[in-house]
Design a protein around this ligand. Structure first.
Ligand code: HXC
Length: 516
């Protein structure tokens, strides 16, 4: 065969492989408002940066007539490319080929790029759209899933792993995304569940729709598995790109530092009056964050889940940070089971990847009640404690108002190795709220008095005046300084500056035993 013929043969094979399961199935995919695997990769990566691996790889199944249905690429497109000039490894399941179901060879393709990503220190992005284990293969596909799970675990904390769910993701397919750092789900077309509505009905007699059982909004607001519910594939891809811009390539690097045109000494007079006069009135902590970070840009993670705690990325003087903040505008910013899990996971991600933590505190305590106690608020609240205590990245804390009880300890306090801890003059740092404290300390005397309500109100005021301010903590050095709110941005920038070479370690151990 001459050279031209050889080249023609290559181009012909590439053209066939590029069509995946064929034009009819591509049309069906499009008719459902879904893009193909290659179209998704094109949206994700810088133009012309994608280099594909294993385009000609085929399955090895010889049962159920599969020997006659062999499709090049076998249900997943894998390779590497760049996003904003930075290398990423990517796989996109191709639903047009056996429903993107996972065969032995498909798993090998995914494992190959995961191994390369680990060796070369670059993020892995998985675009999921699959009917689960390849039913014709059986144990080979289960083995394949397990090989992927193992690599997800080995890569955890080494390179960032991001999953987008753009179609079905059922059965064993759910566990790989669940092991990754971030999950983004597309609203219209995606769902994730272990068992579908039919099985649910036969086992528990529950009647439930696909969306109710595993849709993007459910997972983004109720289960918390999803970090973002995207309105469309371009929206999901945009979110991934933004997310990547805040994180480093691997655990040995720092996140990119961007040029900053927002003045670092910018004063925020609005912060002078943002705390309401009534100590129980709400205000929006997002306004505080937007006021102090570079260009007001706060990239929120898990916005719909446990909104009483805000987590996300932002920059100070171009340096990427993880923000954790109580949100008084929702449930008074109380800590509960869901917010503790949300916060702990985010803190641990930042610590894995050398991203400093900036924590804003206005928390009345942990949420009381049987629902919380039965649900394990002790164990789950301990996750947040554990995460902050073990984190060795720079930790800057600003108490804007309440820091009560165990929640004070948890929220990056000095005692958990907080590096620089500030409070505003409105800070209230105490064992418990003044009303509760007055009732515990003076309940008996109040009952014996002529006017118990007035007696307790006076004691409440006394307690508040004496204890609930930032100066008792400042006198002990637990607060490094009480700062003028308008200067918060400048103070945080300076604090991060002096911490930029921070080195801290934990005792040598195989790994800790976080209360799961
Ligand atoms: C092989 C599959 C497949 C699978 C879909 N296909 N899922 N082939 N193995 N798991 C094929 C279909 O036969 C069909 O082929 C094509 O993909 C498109 O599927 P449709 O059913 O036509 O698409 P749609 O109507 O959109 O329905 C999508 C779906 C459905 C809801 C995902 O296909 C489905 O229920 N699939 C099975 C899901 C499942 O039970 N998976 C196994 C889970 S158990 P043709 O040739 O007709 O186009 C599991 C255990 C792993 O994953 C545990 C690991 C730890």
């Amino acid at each position: 065969m001459d050279t031209n013929a050889q080249l023609d043969r290559l181009l012909e094979r590439q053209a066939v492989a590029s069509l995946g399961g064929g034009q009819d199935r591509i049309d069906k995919q499009h008719a459902q408002g879904r893009l193909t695997a290659r179209e998704r990769i094109d949206l994700l990566l810088d133009p012309d940066s994608f280099e594909e691996f294993d385009m000609f790889k085929i399955h090895r199944c010889r049962d159920f007539g599969m020997e006659d249905v062999v499709i090049q690429g076998d249900g997943v497109v894998t390779g590497h490319g760049t996003i904003g000039g930075r290398i990423v490894y990517v796989y996109a399941q191709d639903f047009t080929v056996f429903g993107g179901s996972l065969s032995e060879t498909l798993a090998e393709k995914i494992c190959k790029i995961m191994d390369l990503a680990m060796k070369n220190g670059a993020p892995v992005i998985g675009l999921n759209d699959s009917g689960g284990a390849r039913i014709q293969e059986g144990i080979e596909s289960l083995a394949g899933y397990s090989e992927i799970f193992l690599r997800n675990v080995m890569a955890s904390g080494v390179v960032p792993q991001i999953s987008a769910i753009l179609g079905p993701c059922a059965g064993g397919a759910v566990y790989s995304p669940a092991l990754t750092d971030f999950v983004i789900m597309e609203r219209l077309n995606s769902y994730m569940f272990l068992t579908g509505p039919k099985v649910v009905k036969s086992v528990t007699h529950e009647v439930v729709t696909v969306e109710e059982l595993g849709g993007a909004d459910m997972h983004s607001s109720t289960s918390g598995i999803s970090d973002y519910a995207a309105d469309s594939t371009p929206d999901a891809i945009h979110y991934i790109k933004r997310l990547l811009s805040f994180v480093p390539q691997n655990n040995y690097e720092s996140a990119p530092i961007l040029p900053c045109s927002d003045p670092i000494n910018r004063s925020s007079e609005i912060l002078r009056s943002i705390i309401p006069e009534n100590p129980n009135a709400a205000y929006d902590m997002k306004k505080v964050i937007a006021e102090v970070v570079d260009d007001g840009d706060f990239f929120e993670i898990k916005e719909q889940f446990a909104p009483n705690l805000l987590v996300g990325f932002a920059r100070f003087n171009g340096v990427s940070v993880g923000i954790v903040a109580n949100q008084p505008a929702h449930l008074s910013g109380v800590l509960d089971i869901d917010s503790s899990i949300k916060g702990a996971r985010f803190v641990r991600f930042c610590d894995c990847f050398n991203i400093p933590l900036v924590t804003f505190v206005d928390v009345p305590g942990f949420l009381p009640g049987t629902a919380q106690e039965y649900g394990g608020v002790i164990r789950n609240g301990a996750k947040m404690l554990y995460a902050y205590a073990e984190a060795t990245v720079p930790k800057v804390t600003v108490i804007t108002r309440k820091a009560y009880g165990g929640a004070y300890c948890v929220m990056s306090s000095k005692h958990l190795r907080g590096d620089i801890n500030y409070a505003w003059p409105s800070g209230e740092i105490a064992v418990m709220g003044a009303r509760g404290a007055a009732e515990v300390l003076y309940g008996r005397q109040a009952k014996e008095s002529d006017d118990p309500a007035a007696f307790l109100a006076k004691k409440e005021e006394e307690y508040h005046e004496t204890v609930a301010n930032p100066y008792v903590a400042a006198q002990r050095g637990y607060i490094d300084d009480v700062i003028v709110p308008a200067t918060t941005r400048a103070r945080i920038v300076r604090a991060l500056g002096i911490l930029q070479n921070k080195r801290d370690t934990n005792p040598m151990k195989k790994h800790g035993n976080i209360p799961l």
